[in-house]
Design a protein around this ligand. Structure first.
Ligand SMILES: *Cc1c(COP(=O)(O)O)cnc(C)c1O
Length: 389
């Protein structure tokens, strides 16, 4: 057999919906030698990682840790642990990931009540109140930042509302954590999950989760065993807790990565980090609008870290994304589901929320558009972005 050449990835700027580029400090951290997963040095790192996660999630929840798999495992872990066959869950779905939550919940044997609004829109709290009143579900699931539509769901009052009806609030914070505010305790969230490869600027591979005391109580009082052995929080707690009971081999290097990624977040400060995302979003938005783009998202709900823009009439989706990738090494995201072929998604997440990157993507996109026959003024777009600084 001919030995294939060693893999040297081409240079890319990852401005899609994720993964986003790693922080250089995270990549360096991953190159450190392995430790045994029960080595006191490693379990010490796990404890510190949990503290950093609590800071990032703004929670005191003891049950806060990183699931050894990507964001979808966080979703699955949340649903299979909170739900037993026959339980009721309302899932608010306004995009691809809301619909996935319905699919995952369906497999638990729970009775799933979908509540949908058109893609690009967000939910109305009064309507949710009515549904809670009529259905009294055990859990309400919602996506905070719907990556398929670029919409930020306002959820700061939702936990309180759910608790009026004895319902637990489960939140998908996969695209929001590290980019916009997520206040788990202040917003009374009972279960939350995220990922490492979007706002936290680490590789994909872990899913940070946190569960309130209320949720922990519900999990403890289950009458049927959790249908997933690997994601059974009862056992995972014993590994991440004092017992250090062997459950699975933690992905050591990924935990180094997340630890360093969270150190970067904490060093910058949460408020400063959210402000930075907003700042560079404003610049990108000014540039994109000058290039002639409109957003696909409800105007008061636009996510700073993920810009979902409508593809102008007469332009083709794939050739332009291909030119961006091949000629400029820039990856931007395509539309999913209802938005397939209709939008592009430009992410400025974590380490990538920077002024140089805003200018780079605007000038590359502008040049490609002109070449494809779309009339636009790239100089004016760059000036408009620059003026916001
Ligand atoms: C990316 C994403 C997921 C899935 O996470 P993976 O890490 O790809 O498994 C779930 N929910 C939302 C909102 C996402 O954007």
């Amino acid at each position: 057999m001919n030995l294939p050449i060693s893999f040297d990835p081409p240079h890319r700027l990852l401005l899609g919906p994720g993964p986003s580029d790693c922080h250089p400090r995270v990549l360096r951290a991953m190159a450190a030698p392995l430790l045994g997963h029960l080595d006191p040095a490693f379990t010490g790192l796990m404890n510190n990682l949990q503290d950093l996660l609590r800071k990032t999630y703004q929670t005191k929840n003891p049950l806060t840790m990183a699931i050894s798999a990507t964001g979808m495992a966080g979703m699955e872990c949340t649903l299979v642990n909170l739900l037993e066959p026959g339980d009721k869950i309302v899932v608010c779905a306004a995009g691809h990931f809301g619909h996935r939550m319905i699919e995952v919940a369906n497999r638990t044997g729970a009775h799933v009540i979908p509540h949908t609004v058109p893609w690009g829109k967000v939910f109305d709290l009064n309507q949710i109140r009515e549904i809670l009143q009529n259905t009294r579900p055990k859990v309400l699931g919602i996506v905070h930042a719907e990556t398929s539509t670029g919409a930020l769901q306002p959820i700061s009052e939702l936990g309180k509302l759910c608790h009026e009806f004895g319902t637990l609030l489960a939140v998908d914070a996969v695209t929001s954590l590290g980019c916009v505010e997520v206040d788990v305790d202040g917003w009374e969230i009972d279960a939350v999950y995220s990922c490492t490869q979007k706002g936290l600027s680490c590789p994909p591979g872990l899913s940070p989760v946190s569960f309130s005391e209320r949720a922990a109580e519900v999990i403890k009082n289950r009458t049927t065993p959790c249908q997933s052995w690997y994601l059974d929080l009862g056992m995972l707690m014993k590994y991440w807790g004092q017992d250090r009971f062997y459950h699975h081999t933690a992905p050591i290097s990924m935990n180094y990565a997340l630890y360093e990624g969270l150190r970067v977040v904490t060093e910058e400060g949460l408020q400063a980090r959210w402000a930075r995302h907003k700042l560079h979003h404003n610049a990108l938005r000014a540039g994109l609008e000058t290039l002639g783009f409109a957003y696909a998202t409800q105007p008061d709900a636009i996510l700073p870290q993920l810009n979902a823009i409508l593809i102008p009439e007469g332009l083709e989706d794939l050739p332009i994304r291909k030119a961006m990738l091949e000629e400029y090494g820039i990856e931007i995201g395509a539309g999913l589901g209802d938005f397939r072929g209709k939008i592009w998604r430009i992410g400025l997440m974590g380490y990538n929320a920077r002024r140089d990157i805003v200018m780079q993507v605007l000038s590359a996109l502008g040049s490609v558009l002109i070449r494809k026959g779309h009339k636009c003024d790239v100089g004016a777009a760059l000036a408009a972005a620059d003026a916001t600084y």
